[in-house]
Design a binder for this molecule. Structure first.
Ligand code: DP6
Length: 361
């Protein structure tokens, strides 16, 4: 598939008004996407678990305009008008217009809400942009009824990528690869694909407990961080490492080797943060409590032999990943020892999920 494949033929059907709703989950990367070039092409492949509880629910209402002018839309978060979100959506609309050429035909009202606390530091761009991309696809499907489900999902992921890279991994579940690598058949820089190889039962309902260490806005946005990978002294070896890690992950996922899984996942998380610390300008997103939690996880793992591991996003929060079979002991440990390091004692229990869903209005 190339970009051209996502440019539709002239539409034959027209729409007056209506609305569509999608809920789309967040995702947590095991091999991290860090570094991109125009137009939202990743410098390395990544793979993520799709989550199930942390999600964005978006309703897109469309009304045909009298005259075709510029983009016209309003955005609401939790029922409140949010003009601050408009520039990001405007940029998204500009990037995707050639693929969904009906954008200027309508006035849109975008009503969105998240199931996780706002500014929790949980990336709402992945779930938010994928929900919006899916809504646009539902509108396109009403205009162009003959569209296969496979194409629908592929194009939704393609559009979501143009909103936020990691969003392309939130359309489907439960393990999604984005970025071309010879180690994963059919993988593409343009959209996410379902991981096509065997996955051991140990990963069924895999748990992700997210400790909210710091709830403030990020000091450095992901987009700025990605750009700092241009001319980064370690960029080439980091990008190669991501390919190597995808290759290494295949037998780990197949055999359910949790020790090696944790090793690879934690190494990826710390490498991501090492890239931030070694870019110029350099910066640190981990907080003292992030390190305290990591050390306690390591100690607990050593003492109990349980398969608890962590990963990090571009922020201070810690994602604790573990198999469902060890849920009781590990949640006990989290509640007794780790919650004290969370802002206001807040954490979120999530688990691997199966992707976005359309909601009937
Ligand atoms: C650290 O997808 O938020 O979470 O493409 O600029 O919107 P943009 O960046 P974004 O980057 C996320 C990076 C990450 C790792 C990952 O999810 O793979």
């Amino acid at each position: 598939m190339t970009e051209q494949d996502f440019i539709p033929k002239p539409y034959t059907n027209t729409l007056k008004q209506g609305k569509v709703t999608w809920e789309s989950p967040s995702n947590i990367a095991l091999v991290k996407y860090w570094g991109k070039r125009d137009p939202q092409i990743p410098e390395n492949p990544s793979i993520s678990f799709t989550l199930s509880q942390c999600k964005t629910i978006t309703t897109l209402s469309y009304k045909q305009k009298e005259a075709i002018s510029d983009f016209s839309f309003d955005v609401f978060l939790d029922g409140e008008k949010k003009d601050a979100f408009k520039p990001k959506i405007e940029t998204f609309f500009k990037r995707v217009e050639q693929y969904v050429p009906f954008l200027k035909d309508f006035h849109f009202t975008i009503e969105t809400k998240n199931t996780f606390p706002h500014s929790s530091g949980i990336a709402s761009s992945a779930s938010g942009m994928s929900a919006l991309a899916l809504c646009l696809m539902s509108v396109e499907k009403l205009i162009n009824v003959e569209m296969s489900n496979t194409f629908f999902n592929q194009k939704a992921s393609f559009l979501a990528r143009l909103g936020s890279g990691s969003a392309c991994r939130s359309v489907e579940g439960d393990l999604i690869v984005w970025g071309h690598t010879k180690h994963v058949a059919e993988s593409s820089d343009l959209f996410g694909v379902k991981y096509p190889y065997a996955v051991h039962d140990h990963f069924k309902n895999y748990q992700d407990t997210i400790l909210l260490i710091d709830k403030g806005e990020k000091q450095v946005s992901s987009t700025v961080g990605h750009n700092l990978m241009h001319n980064h002294p370690y960029a080439a070896s980091r990008f190669q490492q991501a390919h190597d890690n995808l290759e290494k992950l295949k037998p780990i996922l197949e055999t359910g080797d949790l020790k090696r899984f944790i090793n690879l996942m934690e190494s990826e998380a710390l490498t991501l943060h090492a890239m931030m610390m070694t870019s110029n300008p350099y910066y640190i997103l981990m907080k003292p409590n992030t390190l305290e939690v990591i050390n306690r996880i390591w100690k607990f793992r050593e003492n109990t032999g349980l398969h608890i591991g962590f990963t990090l996003d571009a922020g201070a929060n810690v994602h604790i990943l573990y198999p469902e079979s060890e849920k009781v002991e590990i949640l006990n440990f989290i509640e007794n020892e780790l919650v004290a390091y969370c802002k206001n004692g807040e954490y979120i229990c999530d688990q691997i999920g199966f992707g976005a869903q359309e909601i009937n209005n």
